[in-house]
Design a protein around this ligand. Structure first.
Ligand code: ADP
Ligand code: UDP
Length: 234
């Protein structure tokens, strides 16, 4: 399957049409951004690493009954996916306090939450992805009630599967972001699951193995992504 026309150029990936109108090619780039695009940089080999990490995780999820857009990995930087009408909601799942939750609630990073927290953000770069709730989603027509219920159930199932998956590999799944979309009337998991959109900490040392190394200038960013790839392939 070949790329035909570039349909979208995002911050970390580009989307291309293919000869099949139902399928797209996701091309993974090395560009990294943080703080609503205010911080920009390159993480060497990130595109290749994220394509491989995401392919492995999506395949693993599919095998366990999660419906995703993943079709196959085509090359080092290209993944064939089902074309989605993306629902403009970022679903964040949290097991441990970190990042914006720690800031908002005034709690230290690292504490395990009594229960999993799910949050919704309105996917809008110009607005800086504001946090929203079920009422906003309903009133502004971002998703149907049934779609939201499916996304929530899927997010919790994914959290259960991936928390165990990473735990078996010596990694704590702290939090992560998901995107869903509609494909021929079905809600599928889309986008990517990579250290760009997950917080992953080494179980023993608590060392960060994700994009926080880039956000917070901690160094050894590529090395951390390499290590995640090695672990997820085990
Ligand atoms: P951003 O748009 O935030 O810069 P990316 O660089 O990751 O993010 O671009 C990928 C874009 O492709 C995102 O907007 C995402 O919602 C969208 N996307 C992901 N998977 C699919 C899919 N299967 N079909 C259509 N769009 C998708
Ligand atoms: N996240 C993401 N894209 C976003 C916002 C958050 O992938 O636009 C991920 C982030 O990597 C982390 C989780 O969602 O794993 C929770 O992020 P948080 O709300 O703490 O925001 P941050 O402080 O990272 O901006």
């Amino acid at each position: 399957m070949q790329k035909i026309e570039k349909l979208y150029e995002g911050k970390a990936k580009s989307l291309y049409s293919t000869e099949n109108p139902d399928l797209l090619i996701q091309y993974f780039k090395d560009e990294a951004t943080a703080f609503d695009g205010k911080k920009k940089g390159i993480i060497e080999q990130k595109g290749v690493l994220n394509n491989k990490i995401s392919s492995r995780i999506f395949k693993y999820l599919e095998e366990r009954g999660v419906k995703t857009h993943f079709v196959e990995m085509l090359s080092d930087r290209e993944m064939l996916v089902k074309k989605l009408r993306i629902i403009p909601i970022e679903v964040v799942v949290r097991n441990i306090a970190a990042g914006s939750l720690s800031k908002r609630m005034g709690v230290e990073e690292g504490g395990r939450l009594k229960e999993t927290i799910i949050e919704f953000y309105y996917k809008s770069d110009p607005l800086g992805d504001p946090m929203i709730n079920e009422y906003h989603i309903k009133v502004f027509g971002l998703a149907e009630k049934e779609e939201l219920a499916q996304m929530e159930a899927s997010a919790l199932k994914i959290n259960k599967i991936l928390s165990e998956f990473f735990d078996e590999r010596g990694i704590i799944l702290v939090d992560f972001k998901l995107e869903f979309g509609n494909h021929k009337g079905e809600i599928l998991l889309g986008d990517e699951i990579t250290p760009d959109g997950c917080r992953l900490w080494d179980k023993e040392t608590k060392e960060k193995m994700d994009k926080d190394r880039f956000r917070r200038d901690l160094g050894k960013v590529e090395e951390a992504y390499q290590e995640v790839l090695k672990k997820v392939m085990e």
